[in-house]
Design a protein around this ligand. Structure first.
Ligand code: ZN
Length: 247
């Protein structure tokens, strides 16, 4: 059985001054895809030795710009390199028009074979031998989370969401559970906590998995997460581009 490589390419929220906006790269058996593509995700892939134009599947969890602002760069790189000129884009119905407009805004994007796939909670996708289940996130707009089955590995990725029982269930027994931690714990009960998760809640959300990864960090939530990382165990607060290998 071949291994699964996971790179948490982007780990910051929309306004983090030195982290890229989010994106998670998964490769198994030569097939690869991204879950979200934040502004600098293509650059971080390249920095870590993955040619961005090789990626031809991108799942965008929702229509907030920080989750797809790297798509324009990815499309541009594919047209510029004129290698692997195809891309499959998966997103919720409410965000599809945004992605189409963005792709069409790139010069020569018509040379790409672009396929758009609407996904909703309950959708099941196949990329190579990988199986991806889509489930609902609790966010301010229509949004999804995903669980990925790659060989014997299971990886669950939240996107933007308030704490959600479905995620907790999905992440039980998963090898890796990647959850947003946008807020500090003293923001529990705030208006923002209706659609984002605090560090303390994010740690609870991933507690059933072998290893929890916190992302979509603000400078303040990052500080708290790093402090708790040392006391909680099984929690990682990665820098951009940190990789995991599951075999
Ligand atoms: Zn969002």
């Amino acid at each position: 059985m071949s291994c699964t490589n996971i790179m948490v390419a982007g780990t910051g929220n929309a306004l983090h001054p030195y982290r890229s906006q989010v994106g998670v790269f998964i490769e198994h058996g030569g097939d690869m895809f991204l879950v979200d593509v934040g502004c600098f995700v293509p650059n971080i892939l390249a920095r870590k030795g993955v040619e961005p134009y090789e990626v031809d599947h991108v799942i965008v969890t929702h229509g907030h710009t920080d989750h797809y602002c790297g798509l324009q760069q990815l499309v541009f790189l594919k047209t510029f390199a004129q290698k692997n000129p195809k891309i499959n884009l998966y997103t919720v119905p409410g965000a599809m028009g945004l992605l189409k407009a963005l792709v069409n805004s790139v010069h020569y994007s018509q040379i790409l074979e672009t396929t758009y796939h609407e996904v909703v909670p309950g959708s099941r996708l196949s990329i190579g031998s990988m199986r991806i289940n889509v489930f609902e996130a609790k966010h301010s707009v229509e949004a999804i989370s995903v669980s990925v089955h790659a060989g014997d590995a299971k990886i669950v990725i939240s996107g933007d969401t308030a704490p959600n029982e479905v995620f907790r269930e999905e992440s039980k027994g998963a090898n890796l559970a990647i959850h947003e931690a946008s807020l500090t714990s003293d923001q529990e009960g705030s208006r923002e906590a209706q659609w984002h998760t605090t560090v303390a809640s994010a740690i609870r959300q991933v507690s059933g998995s072998d290893l929890g990864v916190l992302y979509h960090l603000s400078p303040d939530s990052e500080k708290e997460a790093r402090e708790l990382q040392n006391t909680q165990g099984k929690i990682i607060v990665p820098d951009d581009g940190v990789s995991f290998k599951l075999c």
